[in-house]
Design a protein. Structure first.
Length: 381
C-alpha cells in the first residue's frame, strides 16, 4: 500500500517507536517528583527543551510542550480574547485550519476580520497593509504558513514583519511547514505551533513557541506554570528523535516538487477536465489538490484504495463536517465541485516512481469508474 495522505498524519519512524518504548520503560517517572530517578527525567526534559530552542532559534522559556497544534492554536486565541477588551478584534486568513477559524469565531464572535486575498488564494500584502492602516489594529493576527489542503504557501514572513512594525502580535500555524521546509525564520513570529505526527513523530505531542504566553491550564507548575499536568516525556523524546530522523533525508524541494508537477501534468493530459487547485502559486513540494471532472471523491478514494494507494478527500479535520472546507469557499467551489476534491500528500520516503505509480493508478481508477457508470446506465435503460 502506497500512503499519500501525509498532510493528515505521517507514520512514525521505526526509531521513534523504539525510543518511545525505551523512554516509557526507563523515563516514566513524574519529572516533578523529588527522588533521583525523577530528577533524571526532569533533566532530560530540560535538555529536550534546550535542543528545540537551539533548533528553532528561540529562548527556551518560550517553548511550551503541548498535545499538538490544535490545542496550541486554541490556547493562543483564547488568551488573546481573555486578555483584551470585550470589543477587541482578531484578524485571520480565510484559509485557516478549523483549529484557528473556529476558536476565533467562538471567542471573538462577530469581531473576526478576514485578510484580503488575491484571486489565487494567497493574502494580498498591499491590501492587508492598507486595511491595517485604515482600521483599528487587531489584538492578534493569525495566518498559516502553508495550507493543509492545497499546499499553497502564504506570505507569512512578510506578514510577520508587517505586524512587528505595527506592534501587532502575529500567530503562525506552522503545522504543515515544519518537517517540509526550512523554518529558520519562524522566530520572527510572536507565536507559532507544530505537531510531531506531521514529521514522523508520535501523536499527541507538539509545541507552542510564544513570547507572551499566559496560563492555559492551572493546577500545577508544569511548563513554567502555563500548562498544568504531568509532562509526557516519552512523547517529547520521540518528537525530538523524529526531527533528527527527518534531517537524515535529503529534501531537494525543487526536485521533489518536479515529481509532483509531472504527476499533475500526466493526470491533466490523461483525465480531461481535471483542475489543480493553487497550481499558479508557490506550494509545498509534497501536496496536490485535484478537482476531478467526474465522480465523487469518496468513490475515487475507494477505487484507489483497492489499487493500493491511500489518498484523502481534503483536510482530515473537515472530513465529515456539513460545511465546505475553507479552501472550497476561498476558491468559490460549489457543493458538487467540493465533493470532487482529492488531496494527495507525500513525505520524505516517497520517490519519483511512487508519484508515477499514483498517476497510473488514478487513470486506472477513472477508467473503472467510467465503466461502472456506463454499466449502470445500460441497466437503467
Amino acid at each position: 500500500m502506497s500512503y499519500f495522505d501525509n498532510n493528515a498524519t505521517t507514520p512514525a519512524y521505526p526509531s521513534v517507536i523504539q525510543a518511545l518504548t525505551a523512554a516509557a520503560q526507563e523515563d516514566w517517572q513524574n519529572p516533578s517528583s523529588p527522588y533521583r530517578s525523577a530528577s533524571r527525567t526532569k533533566a532530560k526534559l530540560s535538555n529536550a527543551r534546550m535542543e528545540w530552542a537551539d533548533t528553532l532559534g528561540v529562548d527556551s522559556s518560550h517553548i511550551i510542550f503541548s498535545s499538538g497544534a490544535t490545542e496550541a492554536n486554541n490556547w493562543v486565541i483564547a488568551s488573546a480574547a481573555q486578555n483584551h477588551a470585550s470589543d477587541s478584534r482578531i484578524m485571520i486568513s480565510s484559509l485557516e485550519h478549523p483549529s484557528v477559524e473556529e476558536p476565533a469565531r467562538f471567542w471573538f464572535k462577530d469581531r473576526v476580520d478576514l485578510m484580503p486575498n488575491l484571486s489565487a488564494g494567497t493574502v494580498c500584502l498591499d491590501s492587508l497593509t492598507q486595511k491595517l492602516e485604515q482600521d483599528r489594529d487587531p489584538v492578534l493576527l493569525c495566518m498559516m504558513a502553508a495550507n493543509n489542503e492545497s499546499g499553497v504557501i502564504q506570505p507569512w514572513l512578510e506578514v510577520a514583519r508587517i505586524c512587528k512594525q505595527r506592534n501587532i502580535p502575529f500567530h503562525c500555524d506552522a503545522t504543515q511547514w515544519v518537517g517540509k521546509m526550512r523554518f529558520s525564520e519562524l522566530h520572527h513570529c510572536t507565536s507559532f505551533t507544530a505537531s510531531a505526527h506531521k514529521f514522523g513523530g508520535p501523536k499527541g505531542i507538539g509545541w507552542l513557541v510564544d513570547q507572551n504566553a499566559s496560563s492555559l491550564q492551572i493546577g500545577g507548575s508544569q511548563e513554567g506554570g502555563r500548562r498544568a499536568g504531568t509532562e509526557n516525556f516519552p512523547a517529547i523524546e520521540g518528537m525530538g528523535l523524529a526531527w533528527k530522523e527527518s534531517l537524515t533525508h535529503s529534501v531537494d524541494v525543487k526536485k521533489r516538487a518536479t515529481w509532483r508537477d509531472q504527476m499533475e501534468a500526466d493526470i491533466l493530459s490523461r483525465i480531461p477536465g481535471t483542475q489543480v487547485i493553487g497550481q499558479e502559486c508557490d506550494r509545498l513540494w509534497n501536496t496536490s489538490l485535484l478537482l476531478m471532472p467526474k465522480f465523487q471523491n469518496l468513490d475515487w478514494v475507494a477505487k484507489l484504495d483497492r489499487l493500493g494507494f491511500e489518498v484523502s478527500t481534503g483536510s482530515a479535520c473537515s472530513t465529515g463536517s456539513s460545511g465546505a472546507s475553507p479552501t472550497a469557499v476561498t476558491y468559490s467551489l460549489d457543493a458538487m465541485e467540493s465533493k470532487r476534491l482529492l488531496r494527495v500528500s507525500s513525505y520524505l520516503v516517497h520517490t519519483q516512481e511512487d508519484w508515477t505509480g499514483l498517476a497510473n493508478a488514478m487513470v486506472q481508477a477513472y477508467e473503472q469508474l467510467l465503466a461502472a457508470a456506463n454499466d449502470s446506465n445500460v441497466i437503467s435503460l
